[in-house]
Write a protein that binds this ligand. Structure first.
Ligand code: PLP
Length: 474
């Protein structure tokens, strides 16, 4: 592609993106395609001759776009959000243009230093303890894996790094998390070599939050059996229901037993930027590590996961490698973020955070997040006022768990599951909104999660009207 064509298509694509944003509500939120449909429309063999950008871009619009689920649609209420905003997109464009691989300070000093600066800004924005140091990882799954690896090494004085796990040892390293924790904890436990048998799922209460007394009992029982309690992963805002594990009592237990505390606040952490919500991190000073994803609810496009730790030495001692070809003269003076995580190569992710934080300002970020929380409260009220529905979990921030369950009809759990599943499928097939489900203590429940950048009261009201219209024939 010559520079002239680059400009031509660069302008055309930016124009297309702006139009896409303007007209996003005309697309079905959930892709309305069958498995295999998109692949069937693509050539089975790569092109031998170069193709025109015109043709490539047309195929993007004509073939791929119908197979996209539109996460930036304001009626996207599924999973948790992965929202973005124009400044973040522009920064990504610049990141791609610079094409820098930011593994060490020397490979782009500005990338390293900006990352230090924006992570310190984020620490302040969330009110994390002074002294916590941040690094950007790709996802919360990676961040939690990093925490588990650090915990493993601290508990074994770096013996696993040096010698590996000793097969057949009766003394196991144990990880604790709530039965409501995200699957990334189990995945991390498997990858880090703890073994699934050594993951204890601590019961949760009626609010779906971890019961600290149960944690304490489990730790004591393991100690009695000669095992080594190694790491507790507490969740601030569980995936199913945004339940809040109580950090203070959990932190005190970890402190007492010398166990690493990692806090997974992947989505909900963003709420701590509001002074009135900061209580969700009460006790955070006990944490050894903490993760939240600006790529979920902070208008910074995927991927961008903010990992903070109390003692960066734990990270660097776990991950440090120093082959000759990576040595630089500044190694003693600077941070080389390659030693702060798993991959060597690193994208310049700090740039989009910098663009987002500067263009919103703290006030702008707070306004959006506060509005989403308010909308969730309003949706909860609509559900509570209608005797055909029930709220199935405490609404702690921006997620409402609910289901159709008319108080005057005697449905079995199986029937309720089927009815609610059918309801969800019908809503999603309409293309007008997208919600997902979960099970809470075995009960099938619908989830309406509010966090897309441009969701307004009107979108939530429309969703509610559509839900009610769908159940009117039941
Ligand atoms: N932790 C929690 C509580 C989550 O809800 C999620 C995803 O929704 C994750 C971790 C995993 O996030 P990621 O996709 O960044 O790995």
């Amino acid at each position: 592609m010559d520079r002239k064509s680059f400009r031509k298509y660069g302008y055309a694509i930016v124009d297309w993106i702006a139009d896409y944003m303007d007209h996003i509500e005309e697309y079905p939120v959930l892709a309305q395609v069958e498995p295999g449909e998109i692949a069937d429309r693509l050539p089975k063999r790569p092109p031998v001759e170069p193709e025109e950008m015109e043709a490539i871009f047309n195929d993007f619009k004509g073939i791929l776009l119908p197979g996209m689920t539109h996460w930036q649609h304001p009626s996207f209420f599924a999973y948790f959000p992965a929202n973005n905003r124009e400044p973040s997109i522009l920064a990504e464009l610049l990141t791609a243009a610079l094409g820098a691989q930011c593994m060490v300070w020397q490979t782009s000093p500005a990338a390293t230093e900006l990352e230090e600066v924006v992570m310190e800004w984020l620490r302040q924005i969330l009110g994390l303890p002074v002294g916590f140091t941040g690094v950007i990882q790709d996802t919360a799954s990676t961040s939690t894996l990093c925490a588990l690896l650090c915990a493993r090494e601290r508990a074994t004085s770096f013996a696993v790094n040096e010698h590996g796990f000793r097969n057949g040892s009766s003394q196991s390293l144990i990880v604790y998390t709530s039965e409501e924790a995200h699957s990334s904890v189990e995945k991390g436990v498997k990858i880090a070599g703890f073994g699934k048998d050594n993951l204890r799922l601590i019961p949760s209460g009626v609010d779906f939050a971890m019961i600290p007394e149960e944690l304490e009992q489990a730790i004591n029982a393991d100690k009695k059996d000669g095992h080594v309690p190694c790491c507790v992963v507490a969740t601030v805002g569980t995936t199913s229901s945004t339940a809040m594990d109580p950090l203070r009592p959990i932190g005190e237990i970890c402190d007492h037993h010398g166990v690493w505390l990692h806090v997974d606040a992947a989505m909900a952490g963003t709420a701590a930027m509001l002074p009135e919500m900061r209580y969700i991190l009460d006790g955070i000073e006990f944490a050894d590590s903490f993760v939240f994803n600006p790529h979920k609810w902070m208008f910074t496009n995927f991927d961008c996961s903010a990992y903070f730790c109390k003692d960066p030495k734990a990270l660097t001692s776990t991950f440090e490698i120093l082959p000759e070809y990576l040595k630089t003269d500044t190694d003693r003076q600077v941070k080389n973020f390659r030693d702060w995580g798993i991959p060597l190569g690193r994208r310049f992710r700090a740039l989009k955070l910098w663009f987002v934080i500067r263009s919103f300002g703290i006030k702008g970020l707070q306004e959006k997040v506060r509005a989403h929380i308010e909308l969730a409260k309003e949706f909860e009220s609509l559900i509570r006022e209608d005797t055909q529905f029930e709220v199935t979990a405490p609404v702690t921030i921006n997620l409402v768990c609910f289901r159709y369950h008319p108080s005057h009809r005697n449905f079995s759990e199986e029937e309720l599951e089927q009815i609610n599943k059918d309801l969800m499928d019908e809503l999603n097939r309409s293309g007008k909104m997208f919600i997902t489900h979960t099970k809470l203590k075995g009960k099938f429940t619908l989830r309406l999660s509010i966090g897309q950048t441009n969701t307004t009261r009107e979108h939530v009201q429309k969703a509610w009207d559509q839900i009610r219209a769908s159940v009117s024939h039941l």
